[in-house]
Design a binder for this molecule. Sequence first.
Ligand code: GRF
Length: 194
Amino acid sequence: MKKIALFASGRGSNLMNILASMQNGCLANLAEAVLVFSNQPQAPVLAKAEALGLAVHCIPSRGKKRLDFDAEVLDLLEKYRPDYIVLAGYMRVLSAPFVAAYAGRIVNIHPADTQVHQGLGAYKWAFEQGLEETKITVHLVDQGLDTGPIIAQAPVNLAGVKDLAEVERRGLAVEHQLYPQALYQLFSSSKNKQ
Ligand code: GRF
């Protein structure tokens, strides 16, 4: 079983969906959540994960220097020693020392093709561009912003969308399919077996 630390900053629909996949879906018997972490004390995901009886921690990032904050998080992780860190709406850029400490073992989901659009506001961007289709990307995190090696991508059909909320609805439905599948692929590949 891979030990997973899940990071989120907000609502946590991807995080909760991944937890469900660990319980009853494609990640069952393959991965277990050892920690749910947030940098946002108000994040709705915290109470949702606590209700499942998981180890849940929050270290507020507000007002802290990036390196100092990430050092605190690395200290916390020492206690849980995860095999992988899964970012699911974690709204922080990771510092170089953090990425180096878990090189090749940090995964992120980005709601666009990372080769075309990086950073925030990807659904808004797709809507404003009037795209007929966008993509969801699951990738490993490297030192850049949404530049790491792609693990999996899936298209989102945007034909006929009327507003941004609809773009997000269609996109999230694809995210919820893709992320557990991509993690399955990553965790079950023999190269990564431990
Ligand atoms: C998702 O769109 C994800 O791709 C992006 O942030 C959003 C998080 O949503 N990185 P949720 O918290 O998982 O519901």
